[in-house]
Write a protein that binds this ligand. Structure first.
Ligand SMILES: Nc1ncnc2c1ncn2[C@@H]1O[C@H](COP(=O)(O)OP(=O)(O)O)[C@@H](O)[C@H]1O
Ligand SMILES: Cc1ncc(C[n+]2csc(CCOP(=O)(O)OP(=O)(O)O)c2C)c(N)n1
Ligand SMILES: [Mg+2]
Length: 324
């Protein structure tokens, strides 16, 4: 492997140019960043780590990994109704990572920072004898008191989701060499959805702008597990109609060929879509940016799934868990 630059050259060469766009970063030349949120707003902060061969595949393109590191965190900001402001990035490069790889990572990261109007405010760079990992902390802002929380669902609410579910989890199966029954267009779509989440910032901001009561979260571990987090926070239950869960044409093809793939849709994770609960009129006001998949009930902690035969059953708790 070609020699890597020293730590400080790596930062100056590949990351400082991204940070130049915003004065908060102090050109990555000081000990920390300094920023002021807009007047009348609160700061929203979140962090998520991504580890090679846990969250992304070691052989994925570095540009795509960089974008995923950013986007999963922007998805958490969206889940709070926040507008992204800036990020700090910790990178731990494993022994197999070349400077070319880091350069490509930084290029992808810089492109997405520009696309989402996010400032790189700082970070940390370390070498590790273990797998490559990234930890990103994202800061955003929301009008004071208006953050979208998980504890605001009420019985009688409608339950809605953005986008389509299951694509990324089936995409990961495609990348693993499964799903050869699907056509190339479908397989490409599913892989893209695994590599590049679409943080639903605009729809989240629409919820905040409406000024109504909404509960929201982003679905990262899979619908089956994540919907229970709103149930626990809001002391409610849910009834979900499987037939109403929005699927892409590619995912539809996948479940039609093999109904076991419903497990990917319900519990596969990596969706980074929003799950939103609100009063029926307020959910209707979100228009066709969301799809209603069920209702919120007063059966605390119970999540029921209406199957294609119209029969109701308990939705098995599931979803991604790092320690199970
Ligand atoms: N090591 C930790 N120390 C403190 N808080 C943590 C830690 N790990 C997770 N949390 C908090 O627990 C909550 C759930 O975490 P997580 O499942 O990662 O959330 P999400 O799915 O929204 O990313 C979050 O509020 C997060 O900030
Ligand atoms: C190589 C690889 N294997 C498996 C997965 C599936 N996967 C890994 S972590 C995860 C859940 C989301 O990650 P987590 O750290 O739980 O994020 P958070 O819920 O904290 O946002 C999923 C579905 C993946 N994304 N990549
Ligand atoms: Mg997390």
């Amino acid at each position: 492997m070609a020699a890597r630059s020293g730590e400080f050259d790596l930062i100056a060469r590949h990351f400082a140019p991204i940070a130049l766009r915003d004065p908060a970063a102090l050109s990555l030349k000081d000990d920390a960043a300094v920023f002021t949120p807009p007047t009348g707003c609160e700061v929203v902060v979140t962090t998520d780590a991504l580890v090679s061969d846990v969250h992304f595949r070691n052989l994925d393109a570095p540009e795509l990994i960089a974008k995923k590191v950013l986007r999963v965190n922007l998805s958490d900001l969206a889940a709070m109704g926040a507008t992204p402001l800036g990020v700090v990035l910790t990178a731990g490069y494993g022994p197999d990572v070349s400077e070319d790889w880091i350069e490509r990572f930084a290029k992808g990261f810089g492109k997405d920072c520009a696309a989402y109007s996010v400032a790189l405010m700082g970070g940390d760079t370390v070498g590790t004898p273990g797998p490559t990992f990234f930890s990103l902390t994202a800061f955003g802002y929301v009008a004071t008191g208006m953050a979208l929380r998980r504890d605001q669902a009420r019985p009688g609410d409608l339950l809605a989701v953005t986008g389509t579910l299951g694509d990324a989890a089936i995409g990961l199966a495609v990348l693993a060499g499964d799903c050869n029954d699907l056509d190339d267009v479908a397989r490409d779509h599913l892989k893209d959805r695994y590599w590049l989440p679409r943080p639903r910032i605009d729809i989240a901001k629409s919820c905040v702008a409406l000024g109504k009561r909404f509960a929201a979260m982003d679905i990262s571990d899979g619908l089956a597990g994540d919907c229970r987090k709103i149930c626990a926070a809001s002391s409610v239950g849910m009834t979900i109609d499987r037939m109403k869960i929005p699927l892409s044409n590619a995912a539809l093809q996948a479940v039609e060929h093999d109904e076991h793939r419903w497990q990917n849709v319900l519990a596969g994770g990596d969706d980074y879509e929003l799950l939103i609960a609100g009063a029926p009129d307020d959910v209707a006001a979100l228009g066709d940016h969301v799809t209603v998949i069920g209702t919120v009930t007063d059966k605390v902690g119970q999540v029921e799934l209406i199957g294609p035969d119209g029969k109701m059953a308990e939705l098995a708790p599931g979803g991604f868990d790092h320690f199970r």
